[in-house]
Design a binder for this molecule. Sequence first.
Ligand code: SF4
Length: 181
Amino acid sequence: MILIHACCAPCVSPILDVLSDYHVFWYNPNIQPYREYRRRLDTLKKLRDERGFKLIIDNEYNLQEWLEKATMLNRKSDVLRCRYCYADRLDRTARYARDHGYDSFTTSLLYSPYQKHEIVREIGNNIAKKYGITFYYMDFRDLYPRGDEIAKRYGLYRQGYCGCIFSEFDRYGVMRDEGKD
Ligand code: SF4
């Protein structure tokens, strides 16, 4: 049995077509603002209701702690900020997997070409060693062309930015500054 960390419904949905014997795990305190967090979680619940998989929800959302750590790292580089964000989510997933008898864990972060793929892979492997459990690595980016079609089929909300307010600004603030907005 594999535990799949879902960063959002559109990214995890194509993965569900190629894996079997899984449960899905939600833990994403990086999504801001809070109404966006709720919207993405509600979208995943909608997908669960359509497809009938078991969804485990870890709703811890410590905004202040997350922002303090991410902001401190962001002063040095966005890569360090994202490393913290990936490690936080994968650590929580792996720990749950180990404590509840799963054989392995993976993440839908391996699906998006917009994520730092090799860093996700490296962190997944390191956390797997820490907990003595297998990190199920697959380059899910090959599935990316199917994402739109699946999202349309299930009527899934597709967000325009990764999750944190830094990524929201990178997407929309830069567009505005360039006069595209
Ligand atoms: S850009 Fe995405 S992965 Fe990086 S810190 Fe923000 S939410 Fe996390």
